[in-house]
Design a protein around this ligand. Structure first.
Ligand SMILES: *[C@@H]1O[C@H](CO)[C@@H](O)[C@H](O)[C@H]1NC(C)=O
Ligand SMILES: *[C@@H]1O[C@H](CO)[C@@H](O)[C@H](O)[C@H]1NC(C)=O
Ligand SMILES: *[C@@H]1O[C@H](CO)[C@@H](O)[C@H](O)[C@H]1NC(C)=O
Ligand SMILES: *[C@@H]1O[C@H](CO)[C@@H](O)[C@H](O)[C@H]1NC(C)=O
Ligand SMILES: CC(=O)N[C@H]1CO[C@H](CO)[C@@H](O)[C@@H]1O
Length: 367
């Protein structure tokens, strides 16, 4: 990743660094640039993809931030950045695979000329419903309606309407949202009603939200589905048998089904739109069922946390953390380790149905 990263900012920098470096590095670097043709990545969602927006929110409770140790212990310089990870997260790997820089947090940007190179709007804690962790994060509606629409208006001003549309249409939009809605329903009994009502209310909101993104120029959409949330250390610990929490997993699977139907209908209605749905639910369950096959020794406990299985509290400076982060599936009570994020991104980029469908990211971003 370290070598690879230096290769990414532009094609010419890529060629320059890689030609003089080891051939191995060149192989790791350059083919990925040639495959993707997206000029930028715009990212919306929750903590899986937050690269530091929540650092800028004054009112946010400590649990909605990750800009303190031991987060970032494997990030360059051992620096906590606001990523809920020991190192890079999936957006970093996604950008890397496309040969573009991992986009900066929206709230960190003071010079709007960087909007052209992608923006990360994600906010830890956010959900499809704007009641989910209300006031503690930037809701998905705000990410679209205030932040993305501001970026859209600025790009139209900077490039003119025609070129701005082309730029946005060719860019990859990544959306990872919905996990917090499910967690809050299961743990806090928020978002009440029957399971059917819950799923259809999420689907109805999402339909309006994705349509809004389409109206603002999104044409290439990556949707990262809900993980098997019941298997994350926090929810496993809440289940009486300490096995994966059944209701949480059931809702995650139902949610993913609803999202895929929605995307299918949307793309049928809008021929200019294409998408990839990444089924992280199935991918992660494969790792959980056959840990050794994927190099894990621990898929239940969190690497960093407190209490039984490090599953009782988030990763803080007071937590203990595991020595070998590449053998753990989970970094903290809900988020994957860097190695898991890297493994998942590779599947989303190069994989095939049913894990990523109807096309993979490589195909989605091909010119
Ligand atoms: C913003 O960045 C652009 C490109 O790097 C630069 O030309 C411009 O002067 C900057 N604007 C301000 C206000 O700093
Ligand atoms: C929040 O949710 C309500 C009800 O679904 C919706 O009308 C509103 O547009 C949403 N967004 C914001 C930013 O309030
Ligand atoms: C860390 O874990 C990985 C994956 O299980 C293993 O290949 C590696 O040898 C381990 N490293 C150490 C220092 O134990
Ligand atoms: C996914 O990506 C790889 C390489 O980028 C490609 O060869 C493969 O055919 C793609 N699609 C499917 C459906 O597997
Ligand atoms: C807060 C944070 O992690 N920001 C990073 C976002 O991405 C840019 C570009 O890769 C990095 O330089 C920032 O450090």
């Amino acid at each position: 990743m370290g070598f690879w990263r230096r290769c990414t900012p532009s094609t010419s920098a890529c060629a320059g660094v890689c030609v003089v470096a080891l051939l191995l590095v060149a192989l790791a670097c350059c083919p990925t640039r040639a495959r993707g043709a997206a000029p930028a990545v715009y990212v919306l969602g929750d903590s899986q993809a937050d690269v530091g927006n929540n650092n800028y929110l004054p009112a946010t409770l400590p649990m909605y931030k990750a800009n303190y140790p031991h987060n970032g212990v494997d990030y360059p310089g051992g620096k906590p950045t606001g990523r809920f990870s020991n190192g890079y997260n999936f957006v970093d790997y996604l950008a890397d695979s496309l040969g573009v820089a991992s986009p900066p947090p929206y709230l960190s940007i003071s010079n709007t000329s960087v909007y052209l190179r992608g923006v990360n709007f994600s906010s830890g804690g956010s959900g499809v419903s704007n009641l989910t962790n209300m006031g503690q994060c930037i809701s998905f509606d705000e990410q679209i309606d205030q932040h993305y629409s501001t970026v859209h208006a600025t790009l139209v001003e900077q490039l003119g309407p025609r070129q701005a549309s082309t730029h946005l249409a060719e860019s990859l939009f990544s959306v990872a949202i919905g996990g917090n809605d499910i967690i809050n329903r299961v743990l806090l009994s928020q978002l009440v009603g029957t399971q059917d009502q819950f799923i259809s209310s999420l689907a109805n909101s999402l339909k309006r939200q994705l349509q809004r993104m389409y109206d603002l120029g999104t044409r290439r959409l990556l949707f990262v589905g809900a993980t098997p949330l019941g298997c994350c250390p926090m929810l496993r610990e809440q289940s009486p048998t300490k096995e994966c929490h059944a209701e949480a997993n059931y809702l995650s699977a139902r949610y993913n089904n609803a999202v895929t139907m929605l995307l299918r209908d949307m793309s049928a209605m809008h021929p200019g739109m294409s998408y990839a749905f990444f089924d992280t639910y199935t991918a992660l369950l494969q790792y959980i069922r056959q840990p050794e096959a994927y190099g894990y020794t621990e898929v239940k406990a969190a690497c960093c946390g407190l209490g039984d299985n490090n599953a009782m509290f988030q990763c803080t400076p007071a937590s203990s953390y595991c020595a070998n982060r590449t053998s753990y599936m989970f970094w903290d009570i809900v988020h994957p380790t860097e190695i898991t994020a890297k493994r998942l991104t590779k599947v989303a980029f190069d994989g095939s149905p049913p894990l990523v469908y109807p096309i993979n990211i490589s195909q989605l971003t091909a010119s």
